[in-house]
Design a protein around this ligand. Sequence first.
Ligand code: DGL
Length: 273
Amino acid sequence: MKGSIGVFDSGYGGLTVLKEIVKKLPAYSFLYLGDNARAPYGSRSFDTVHQYTLQCVEWFFNQGCSLVILACNTASAKALRTIQQKDLPLIAPSKRVLGVIRPTTEVIGSYTQTNKVGIVGTSGTVSSGSYPIEIAKFYPTIKVFQEACPMWVPLIENNEYNNPGGDYFVQHHLKNLLNQDADIDTLLLACTHYPLLIEQLKKFTPAHIKIVSQGDIVAKSLVDYLKRHPTMEEQCLKEGTIDFYTTDSTIDFNNKATIFWGDKVHSKHADIS
Ligand code: DGL
């Protein structure tokens, strides 16, 4: 039986990725789940992020999805490997779960001239060391500098980013990052929420630094994955539909999701327990 492609985030951030995926694959059907009831994930332990993410992945499987994208760096950093290596072989050996870190690290070398890349992400993503480890596999000469920005997701989730308070925290973390090395020429937004801050980031980042968002990168990588995995591609429903689910209030989700999605969203409640 065919199923939608699942796209997961702890909250709203994955919508910035889904938007780019739908532009490239409009014929496919998608199921989005935001675990808003338990977001943010950024400051939670490995075990907790793994447990929450696995429950959500199982929910997608129960909805008939064969392919799930973790459009969340924190979940990709802290849960993906265990899910792929330990959980999937036991619970659903023919299904696949992909993340956002690998596709991003594969191409990051094409953005930098100085071989110095700055990364902003949640505390969880930064402390996992996933980006420096993965980038070293593809580009051993690139030096990676990281800065955890624990306030950015709560500011975005509460729609409190586009004001002087938001400006303060954006500048504060950018300064911490850029002070680590004057030759950083690429700023990777390693959190799917951060594209919402793009105007502020542009305002406070020196013009020669390229700001890289993941949506388009992950979308291109999915197109390529489906070409390379025809058996999986055949299991993907192509009715051009998008269904939105949240583990929290649908009213709140519909109101806030519009900021990320750019259009009205009608969500349904998902009971994850
Ligand atoms: N959007 C998620 C990410 O890409 C993080 C949000 C959170 O802290 O829950 O890391």
